[in-house]
Structures are given as C-alpha cells and as structure tokens.
Design a protein around this ligand. Structure first.
Ligand SMILES: Nc1ncnc2c1ncn2[C@@H]1O[C@H](COP(=O)(O)OP(=O)(O)OP(=O)(O)O)[C@@H](O)[C@H]1O
Ligand SMILES: [Mg+2]
Length: 168
C-alpha cells in the first residue's frame, strides 16, 4: 500500500513531542492515543518514534482474544529488554514474577493461589526493571492495539502508570 506523507493533525504531534521532552527531563508519563479504526493511531505512534532521538524504543502490541498468552504486550517487552541488556537479563533471573512473565506465553494457564498479590508483585518488579533501564537511557514504549488487551495487561498498565512520573 502506498504510504502518504504524514499530515500533522491538530496538536497531537506537538502534544506527543512535549511528552517526549518531558521524559527527557525526568517527567515521564502515559499518553493514550484514541480514535476510530483506521484514523491513524498507529501512524501517529510511528511518527513519534521517528522523533524520539536518544530514546530506547520498544514497540509491542496486543492481539485479539488473548492470542500469544495473557499479558502478551508486557511479556514481549520484558523479553526484548532482557535480550538487549545483561543487567536486564539479571533482573529477570532474580525475579520469579518476571521470569514467569517471560515464559507465560508458552504456559498461559499458570494459576496462582492469590493472583492479585502475584500481579501486584509483578508490577513492582516490572517497575523496578523499567526504572533501571530509564535511568541509563530515556525510554519510549509503544503498546499498539490496546483495545485488544486482556484485562490483566490493562490492570498492569494502570498499576504502572503512576510510577512513570519521575522517570526518563
Ligand atoms: N496523519 C496521516 N498522514 C498520512 N497518512 C496517514 C495519517 N494517518 C494515517 N495515515 C494512513 O492511513 C492508514 C491508516 O492509519 P493507521 O493504520 O495508523 O490507523 P489506525 O488508527 O492505527 O487503525 P486501526 O484502528 O485499524 O489500528 C495508514 O496507511 C496510514 O499510513
Ligand atoms: Mg493501528
């Protein structure tokens, strides 16, 4: 399909550039891009990635009906982080919650006696891992097709969001 030059719409790209600038100055955050199907959410995210000079960029996405396992967007993010960096790989080895997350895609029916506590611990370990990564280099994580996310992935995102504030 022919790819047309990007047409900047309203202030969206400026808002997102401001969010990148904030992150460079240790003012991290969560930005939601919403819109009807085919209105340019993915394209806008691609344009932000193209402007994210100096950032370590991760692109992950949600799949329909939980394909790829529960928490797929997060497990793929942690797997990529661990593959990119030895200290991140160690963080995964040292956390049973992160270790389970990266293998969960192959074993998505893992059950916990107390799933709430397990997810909370996972969110703490994940926050620690992302904070360590963001301390060495500003970080941009794109989660595409969030409307397909499983409830646990959304809950994890909601739990993580407040801790992003002081990060790059
Ligand atoms: N601002 C824009 N300028 C030029 N082309 C655009 C723009 N926004 C979107 N497009 C083009 O329109 C098409 C649909 O955009 P895109 O895939 O980003 O939509 P989407 O909102 O992510 O769709 P979906 O809801 O299906 O995921 C793509 O070919 C994209 O390159
Ligand atoms: Mg899209």
């Amino acid at each position: 399909m022919m790819r047309l030059p990007f047409i900047a719409r309203g202030g969206a790209i400026a808002d997102l550039a401001a969010a990148l600038d904030g992150a460079r100055r240790s003012r991290g955050g969560l930005v939601l891009i919403t819109g009807e199907p085919g209105t340019g959410k993915t394209r806008l995210a691609e344009e932000v990635v193209a402007r994210a000079d100096g950032f370590r960029v991760f692109w992950t996405w949600c799949t329909p009906a939980g394909a790829g396992g529960a928490l797929r967007p997060w497990s793929s993010l942690v797997r990529e982080l661990a593959a990119a960096d030895a200290s991140m790989a160690r963080a995964v080895q040292q956390s049973p919650h992160l270790a389970e997350l990266v293998t969960a895609a192959a074993n998505s029916d893992t059950t916990h006696a107390d799933p709430e506590t397990a997810r909370w611990r996972l969110s703490l370990d994940l926050a620690g891992m992302l904070a360590t990564s963001a301390a060495s280099q500003p970080m941009l994580v794109v989660i595409d097709d969030l409307h397909e996310a499983d409830p646990s992935s959304l809950q994890l995102l909601a739990e993580m969001a407040p801790s992003l504030r002081p990060w790059r």
